[in-house]
Write a protein that binds this ligand. Structure first.
Ligand SMILES: Cc1cc2nc3c(=O)[nH]c(=O)nc-3n(C[C@H](O)[C@H](O)[C@H](O)COP(=O)(O)OP(=O)(O)OC[C@H]3O[C@@H](n4cnc5c(N)ncnc54)[C@H](O)[C@@H]3O)c2cc1C
Length: 353
């Protein structure tokens, strides 16, 4: 790429920001990023788990191998951000069941995990006391998934924005109103022409703003609750089946926990009292110290979810436009993997010019 190529990234969630970082590593590529509020879409609500094994579901097994690539890809991305390796917390996940039927669900999960050669081992309170610190005493056994990790999305987003600015990326805090097949973007303030455009707009509906995109996304709401507790011991991420429901708690250290649930098929941003009450009750039953924890923040976001539940990265036919979305529950995990593939597609478009 000898001559300068102008690339626009529309959307500064984790997918757009990481793609912008990788794009500006390419010689001759000049990146402009548009977002009225970078990092405040679904990314703001994310718990930051990079947990391919805990997230393994029979119907989504194809994505598992892709997610396994995410952890090494994040290590490389953290280097580009000059963040220490310890930003990636390799805590693993402890997965437990609350009652007998929940333990059967856990056994089914173990069967699926083993079918995919996932690293899973049976653990119990007697031999693995540290893993069970803070867990209700009636829960005496579970599964440990050592490959799962987490990072703090707030820290990563903040560092991404400052690193991009440092690398000369023009961040425009503007909403893009339309995008033509020729790569002309229009915002309230101006219109600009680009050699390639990446749409990384999360769950936003694009049909009236952009050239015919093939894939569509539906918004799937999720919530996370940030709490401060007196339980300061480091520990694994905890997942549990409780009366058939599923919740997770990420131990961020110094008593801070992020609690969430991984499956909610709804698009309304409003949070029902009953939903929140069930999540917190499930969490406090499995982790009794949460009973006295103090709620810091309640975050909510719309996961961009495709019909197949898989992420997509497509070049919109006969245009200079790439559309990247559908990362659903795995956008933080997959952002660097998607970014590498995005760079290759952008290079193809640039070489055609
Ligand atoms: C509660 C919850 C917990 C989650 N936990 C995890 C987790 O632990 N691990 C994990 O891997 N994933 C998790 N996810 C999923 C993850 O957050 C998403 O997959 C990811 O954030 C999607 O990133 P994105 O960049 O595609 O979308 P977003 O983060 O929504 O970003 C899209 C951006 O595009 C901008 N935008 C939209 N339209 C325009 C326009 N016209 N012009 C300019 N800008 C525009 C928006 O302002 C927004 O900033 C979670 C999600 C939720 C809701």
């Amino acid at each position: 790429m000898a001559k300068e190529s102008k690339v626009a990234v529309v959307g500064g969630g984790i997918v757009g920001l990481v793609a912008a970082l990788h794009l500006c590593e390419e010689p001759g590529v000049v990146v402009t990023l548009y977002d009225p509020a970078p990092g405040l879409g679904a990314t703001h609500a994310a718990a930051g788990m990079l947990a391919p094994t805990a997230e393994l579901r029979p119907a989504e097994a194809a994505g598992y191998q892709l997610q396994l690539r995410a952890i090494p890809a994040w290590r490389e991305t953290l280097k580009l951000l000059a963040l220490p390796e310890s930003t990636l917390h390799e805590s693993g996940t402890l997965y437990v069941g609350w009652d007998a039927s929940d333990r059967r669900l856990l056994e089914q999960f173990e069967t699926v995990a083993k079918q995919h050669d996932a690293q899973v081992s049976r653990v119990d309170r007697v031999h693995d006391e540290e893993l069970f610190a803070g867990i209700h005493q009636n829960i005496v056994s579970g599964l440990f998934l050592p490959g799962d990790s987490w990072l703090d999305p707030d820290l990563v987003v903040e560092t991404l924005v400052s690193t991009l600015k440092g690398k000369g990326v023009d961040i425009r805090y503007e909403l893009v109103n339309s995008c033509s097949a020729e790569g002309v973007l229009t915002s309230d303030k101006s219109a600009s022409q680009y050699d390639a455009v990446l749409l990384a707009t999360g769950s936003a509906q694009l049909t009236d703003k952009f050239p015919a995109v093939v894939s569509a996304v539906r918004p799937v709401r999720g919530i996370t609750v940030h709490v401060d507790s007196h339980h300061h011991a480091p520990g694994p991420m905890v997942r549990a089946f409780v009366r058939g429901r599923d919740f997770y708690a990420v131990n961020r250290g110094e008593g801070k926990f992020v609690i969430g649930a991984s499956s909610e098929e709804r698009s309304e941003l409003g949070i029902e009292v009953g939903e929140l009450e069930r999540l917190l009750r499930d969490a406090a039953e499995v982790l009794p110290f949460l009973e006295t924890a103090v709620i810091g923040e309640l975050r909510r976001g719309l996961r961009p979810t495709s019909e197949s539940n898989d992420p997509f990265l497509e070049r919109v036919r006969d245009t200079k436009v790439i559309y990247s979305s559908g990362h659903s529950r795995h956008g933080v995990t997959l952002a660097p993997v998607t970014a590498s593939e995005t760079v290759e597609l952008v290079k193809d478009i640039i070489h055609e010019n």
